[in-house]
Design a protein around this ligand. Structure first.
Ligand SMILES: Cc1cc2nc3c(=O)[nH]c(=O)nc-3n(C[C@H](O)[C@H](O)[C@H](O)COP(=O)(O)OP(=O)(O)OC[C@H]3O[C@@H](n4cnc5c(N)ncnc54)[C@H](O)[C@@H]3O)c2cc1C
Length: 194
């Protein structure tokens, strides 16, 4: 039976990011992925938006992680040449009945430190997007777009550069945990201990 310091199960964007971060901290990391390629499940279906952090309740883990993760993601993209663009986003009120909701969302975004959000009048929004018909909008300048597959390839490369290992076609079928170690039972009958 092989022994590893740290095993991450799943090579989607989250598993790869966790593995990379662990390898940055000096841990010996192995990523086990059941398929023969990385990022073929949920991570292959992302809309590839880098969210600013407006939508989650203030103080929640999601709100804090979204805002902190956005800065870390932009920095990682710059340092590792991952295609991305901070294009900004308009969140629109289609008619006047939605304006109160729009202002409430702006307040929540401000409380979450989601970036320099601005309320735009219908005319100001139209100046940015001439075809737009709305009653008003929030402009979110820190929202962006990203090539998510390039991100995963960059995470994999950075992980391997730190000595981490990705093992494809390796499905974990069971984990047996005790207070001092974990044993991973592989679908092919093999065992791995951490
Ligand atoms: C339609 C849609 C649009 C989205 N748009 C955005 C967006 O614009 N911006 C954004 O930030 N987020 C977006 N998301 C959310 C984002 O895509 C997910 O949060 C993210 O991809 C989750 O990554 P993950 O690594 O947790 O999961 P996954 O990508 O599903 O990775 C899990 C991996 O684990 C592997 N695995 C599972 N079980 C085992 C096992 N027993 N043994 C070995 N391997 C195993 C799987 O094969 C898979 O590769 C969107 C999601 C959807 C569905």
């Amino acid at each position: 039976m092989d022994t590893m310091d740290t095993v991450v199960v799943g090579a989607g964007v989250i598993g790869l990011a966790c593995a990379y971060q662990l390898s940055q901290a000096g841990r010996e990391v192995m990523v086990l992925e059941q398929h023969s390629a990385i990022g073929t499940e949920t991570s292959a279906r992302s809309s590839e938006v880098i969210h600013a952090g407006l939508y989650y309740p203030t103080g929640s883990l999601k709100a804090r992680a979204c805002v902190a993760g956005k800065s870390m993601l932009y920095q990682f993209c710059r340092e590792h040449g991952v295609p991305h663009r901070q294009v900004g986003k308009l969140i629109v009120a289609s008619d006047k009945t939605q304006l109160a909701q729009l202002h409430a969302l702006k307040r929540q975004g401000d409380n979450n430190s989601a970036g320099d959000l601005r309320i735009l009048s219908a005319r100001e929004a139209q100046r940015l997007e001439p075809e737009l018909r709305c009653a008003g909008a929030i402009y979110s300048p820190t929202t962006g777009i990203i090539d998510s597959h390039s991100l995963m390839l960059a995470l994999e490369a950075a992980l391997e550069n730190n000595g981490g290992e990705l093992v494809l076609a390796s499905r974990v079928s069971r984990v047996e945990a005790s207070t001092s170690y974990c044993q991973l039972v592989m679908a092919d009958g093999g065992w791995l201990q951490t």
